[in-house]
Design a protein around this ligand. Sequence first.
Ligand code: SOE
Length: 384
Amino acid sequence: MIGHGFMGAAHSQAWRTAPRVFALPSAVEMSAIVGRNEAAVAGAAAAWGWREAASDWREVIARDDIDVVDIVTPGHSHAEIAIAALQAGKHVLCEKPLANTVAEAERMAEAARSAAERRIVAMLGFTYRRVPALSLARDLIAAGRIGRIQQVRAAYRQDWLVDPRAPLSWRLEKDKAGAGALGDIGGHAVDLVQFLTGQRIERVTGVLDTIVTERPVETERVGIAGVGGDEMGPVTVDDVAMFTARLESGALAGFEATRFATGRKNALSVELSGDRGAIAFDLEDLNVLWVYDRDAPATEQGFTRVVVTEPGHPYLEGWWPAGHMLGYEHAFSHQVKDLVEGIASGTTPAPSFDEGLHVQRVLAAVEESASAEARWVAVSAGTA
Ligand code: SOE
């Protein structure tokens, strides 16, 4: 594993747990975790169960006893590490976003395509696809249960930046994060809509906003928000992104990504309206899927609350007896399960780097639209 922040913890827990919960085709050994801060990476290795801590990722990926490289660093280093690892013949799991720019993402996708010819797997960590309720939603939609999708609403709302004194952590620096709410959480919403509908986004129009333009420079990294001092620095990314998109089918989707939704902690919500029914989900209630069936009798119309905790539901076979809930961390174990199975069979589990590249292109198109002055159309006063 390269990196040892919040995502390092989430992925480490999954590497430890998945082999205990699911019957995997290969054994998992947590060999080495890599970071530049020697004391911090040694602490992470001890806390999360990695056999050794190391400081040079190039040395580690060159080793014969390493088969898989899991990249959990900020986006600006993904391309260099992932391409080097694939070229060294290692399977790669890369945390989202695939990269910070379309150019980097294109090079990564190319490296993944050529690695696939050698049965080397490159998987991207849009982990929410593996929340059981969302996997179930995808299955229902693919089976035609809501018919032709005519409209989609997707939002990822958090509020950890509402406080103007919240420090300037790396997620607010364009050179490290690539984009703000748009790239960090808007990318999840884009991936999810494309995953659920099975359709790509073809066109977008959007606006971006930075509500707090200066923040205290981070003095200590703690969690995602960090700790700030007296020195101030500029915020170089968006706080809020709102955009509309056309899917391949022509259906319209509305998106919002924000860290300023006061009171919303981790609310990734999606609602898909079809001509036979509808499906709705909110990550803040992640064991539940709302399903609406237009064919139900008129006297029984309404969204049905499906509790996704039964052994027949996706990924539930490995966990608790029927009716027992899962949380945020479980989807990471599902990701490890699918990755290890993919490696054993020589097939890349979705999402592939190509899918990540398309998400990157969507985000870049939103940025381009947001920077084009022509997008604003004044509403004329009129007389009627
Ligand atoms: C912070 O916005 C964050 O941790 C994202 O970086 C993750 O991708 C998301 O899963 C939760 O929120």
